[in-house]
Design a protein around this ligand. Structure first.
Ligand SMILES: C[S@@+](CC[C@H](N)C(=O)[O-])C[C@H]1O[C@@H](n2cnc3c(N)ncnc32)[C@H](O)[C@@H]1O
Length: 243
């Protein structure tokens, strides 16, 4: 079944999972017959509030994924994609899978994603998220990445792990020359140990470590200012290249 989105002018949106029932919102309810109308149709709730309806896109469903472990936020995934230039031809490995947020977002734009997760409970969450997003190009493995990587000729490896330096030697074997290794860590001691190990390793060239600070603004007539609730710290991204 195609899931649908109803949205109002103020951007309040609701995911329609079941078109055999009316949709109840804080703006009144929308009749089930209306929820089947074609994309772009205007709908009006019983209280007179206007909505528009369309088929849910990947990003609408992605924002609803089930979470177990802390995910890499979109602002940081954006930098991984832009700095490495991965595309529909790329073969990528992501570990740990966690909630599958990074795995699923990358799978939507690359050829294939292999994802390693050590914890069974998180593995099951990722499995479910992959299924709900309809992704067919993910190979999810219940595996400890510190013990090795089976895949070869990878274009990118993304690490979101407590001890990413334990993967450096395995990554050297599995990445193509010129391919990227990106390590995402919430703390600076992890960055220090990772970069130190990379600098000592002849098979890698260290590029940079960055932090993305996103500041969202409130735009309400002439009241235009940064939102008072700033997004807190997420993590540091270290970029490395196989040479
Ligand atoms: C912070 S989460 C990753 C979140 C993920 N990047 C996302 O966006 O959803 C870290 C994950 O690494 C997993 N992990 C820790 N050590 C691991 C290992 N040696 N091999 C595979 N997974 C591991 C943990 O179980 C946890 O699920």
């Amino acid at each position: 079944m195609v899931l649908r989105i109803v949205i109002n002018k103020e951007g309040k949106k609701f995911l329609v999972k079941d078109t055999s029932q009316d949709l109840h919102t804080q703006y009144g309810f929308l009749k089930k017959e209306d929820l089947k109308k074609k994309s772009g149709s205007k709908l009006v709730s019983n209280t007179g509030k206007e909505f528009s309806i369309f088929d849910a896109r990947f990003i609408d469903l992605y924002r609803k994924i089930k979470r177990g472990a802390q995910i890499i936020p979109l602002k940081d995934i954006g930098l991984i994609i832009s700095e490495t230039g991965i595309s529909k031809k790329s073969k990528v490995l992501d570990s740990g899978s966690g909630s599958g947020a990074t795995t699923c977002f990358l799978a939507n734009i690359v050829k294939e994603v292999i994802s390693y997760e050590i914890r069974e409970d998180f593995f099951k969450i990722v499995e479910k998220n992959i299924k709900n997003l309809g992704l067919k190009n993910v190979k999810l493995k219940h595996k400890d990445i510190y013990l090795g990587i089976s895949e070869k000729n990878l274009d990118l490896i993304v690490l979101d792990l407590p001890e990413p330096w334990k993967v450096i030697e395995h990554a050297a074997i599995s990445l193509k020359p010129g391919a990227f290794l990106v390590s995402y860590s919430p703390t600076i001691p992890q960055v220090m140990d990772f970069v130190d190990a990379i600098r000592k390793n002849e098979k890698f060239s260290y590029l940079k470590t960055s932090e993305i600070i996103e500041r969202e603004w409130e735009v309400e007539s002439r009241k235009v200012r940064p939102r008072s609730q700033a997004i807190g710290h997420s993590g540091f991204l270290s970029f490395v290249r196989k040479i």
